[in-house]
Design a protein around this ligand. Structure first.
Ligand SMILES: Nc1ncnc2c1ncn2[C@@H]1O[C@H](COP(=O)(O)OP(=O)(O)O)[C@@H](O)[C@H]1O
Ligand SMILES: [Mg+2]
Length: 512
């Protein structure tokens, strides 16, 4: 197809005749500070193939892709491109060899125009070194149009919604002339019609003999678009299988290793949602016109409601909306039966809603001592206007005992504590001053086991004191460890609700 021509008229290597892999990785091991993110992994790609790569968070997918794309030059193992040993020292080296990657994190330049972003790093120049703006804008417009979109190429990139930015970034790599195109979770911010257009473009590229590696958590998408699917688990390759021979349940089983002896905490739970518990916060059909489409759920007194979903499913927007940070376009929130509208976080807090975001730095004062951070929620009770450090320190000291905050001192600056201990401090302040509802985003991500257990204990004790708790997480383990009832979100909507009975990881993954 004309519209899929290369930006630079790219010189493609002639096709492989014998069906041998276009790219082959042998026994790849990659360590970060002694910990192996990849453990002797073999992985190969055929010419003209769409190859799905899936695995849970942390399985090693992005690490393998960054090695292939020249981002991590330092690894153990071998790499062959078209049968020849290859060694890349940079992403530029890989690009020269025909390997392009769209990273999981957007890498657009918001202050440049759409066309400049499409041509980033290889702007067309005319004689005399003048940038050929006419050609650039025309070509960018055509390429974006072939993804079914109409975007003014002279517009500032930063002025576009995230979904469109992602498509512009995709078009940069899709049309770079790369022979191997790596897409690391490109669809999380895309709407269904945008995904359909992307898939059309991928199929056209495949028809030209290009190879695509497609990473996504959306297993239905992966099975639909891929010729073969590889599953990684915990730094190992589990299998590579033709997509036509796989079901979603089989992929999930490969991802989580069901049946193996490695059942650990948070693999399964017995839910105990009880509809006779009074509703504290009711969310009815809320949406922000963007990532959050239409969500209803109830937080009940003395219960932990878990919201599970992949990155980009709208759960962050949901949590922000409940704490007066979002921009609600539709729906209604009720607090103890009365409609409320939190326009600011201060009004939400005054109404009795507490919020601990994943990025705890936003809520804590890292240079202030621990006792200040704890007592900030209870200052009203200690003294209206006059601060009384002695009293603050005494109350905080009791909590530090309870919560096993280490080191057990109230006077050191909070920033000197580990992440897990900072999280305990963030929760500690709600123990004395019980909120009506508590919203926790990724409450245990990145913590060591000990800190995790402490945080879980604190959250459950807040529940047992009657707080209505909402836990939002992209980690199935976190949800299965904490939740009494679960709502699964998908692309801004409620996909499934689980109230009672047995629930395991595979159920969550299948619903999301
Ligand atoms: N730059 C890095 N430094 C330290 N650890 C890393 C780095 N990149 C990845 N890791 C670790 O390697 C493992 C695999 O990560 P990643 O390849 O990003 O997984 P996936 O993409 O499958 O979610 C994880 O445990 C992650 O924490
Ligand atoms: Mg990744």
């Amino acid at each position: 197809m004309d519209s899929l021509e290369n930006n630079d008229g790219g010189t493609l290597v002639p096709p492989l005749q014998d069906g041998s892999p276009l790219l082959e990785m042998r026994a790849v091991t990659k360590r970060f500070g002694g910990i192996a993110a990849l453990n002797s992994v073999d992985f190969s790609i055929l010419e003209g193939e769409i190859h799905g790569l899936v695995g849970e968070n942390g399985a090693g997918k992005s690490t393998m892709m960054k090695i292939i794309a020249g981002v991590h030059a330092d690894f153990e193992g071998e790499m062959f491109v078209a049968g020849q040993p290859a060694q890349f020292h940079s992403a530029r080296d890989a690009l020269k060899a025909g390997i392009g990657m769209v990273h999981q994190e957007l890498s657009i330049v918001p202050d440049l125009s759409v066309a400049e972003n499409v041509f980033l790093g290889h702007q067309p120049v005319r004689a005399g070194g003048i940038i050929d703006w006419g050609y650039m804008n025309r070509t960018a417009r055509e390429q974006i149009a072939s993804l079914g979109l109409e975007i003014d190429p002279t517009k500032r990139m930063g002025s576009l919604p995230v979904g469109l930015q992602q498509l512009v970034e995709l078009s940069r790599v899709l049309f770079s002339g790369a022979r191997i195109i790596i897409l690391d979770e490109p669809t999380s911010a895309l709407s269904p019609p945008e995904v359909a257009r992307l898939f059309d473009a991928l199929r056209q590229l495949r028809a030209q003999g290009r190879s695509i590696i497609f990473i996504s958590h959306f297993l239905d998408d992966v099975l639909e678009i891929s010729d073969r699917v590889t599953v990684f688990r915990n730094g190992h390759k589990v299998a590579t299988t033709p997509a036509a021979e796989l079901t979603k349940d089989e992929v999930i089983a490969q991802m989580i290793g069901r049946g193996s002896a490695e059942m650990t905490m948070g693999e399964e739970t017995e839910l105990c949602g009880d509809d006779s518990h009074p509703v504290v916060v009711e969310v009815r059909g809320i949406g922000d016109g963007m990532a959050l489409k239409d969500v209803s759920l109830s937080l009940r007194r003395g219960e932990i409601t878990g919201v599970y979903g992949f990155m980009g499913c709208g759960q962050i927007e949901l949590s922000r909306a409940l704490f007066g940070k979002g921009n609600l376009r539709s729906g209604q929130v009720f607090l103890e039966g009365s409609p409320v509208r939190f326009r600011t976080t201060a009004t939400a807090r005054r109404a009795g809603i507490a919020y601990v975001p994943e990025n705890r730095r936003m809520m804590l004062f890292r240079t202030e001592p621990v006792f200040k951070n704890v007592s900030i929620a209870i200052l009203d009770r200690i003294a209206r206007l006059v601060l009384r450090p002695k009293e603050e320190q005494r109350i905080t000291g009791n909590h530090i005992e309870d919560l096993q905050i280490r080191p057990p001192r109230t006077d050191i600056a909070l920033g000197n504590l580990s992440g897990g201990n900072q999280q305990k401090v963030a929760l500690a302040k709600w123990l004395t001053h019980l909120p009506k509802a508590l919203i926790l985003v990724e409450p245990t991500r990145g913590m060591d086991v000990g800190a995790k257990e402490d945080v879980i204990r604190i959250v459950k004790s807040l529940r047992d004191k009657g707080v209505a708790i909402l836990v939002l997480s992209t980690e199935p383990e976190t949800i299965l460890t904490l939740a009494d009832r679960v709502t699964v979100m998908k692309k801004g909507l409620v996909a499934r609700e689980f109230t009672t009975g047995h629930l395991e990881k595979a159920d969550l993954l299948a619903a999301a």
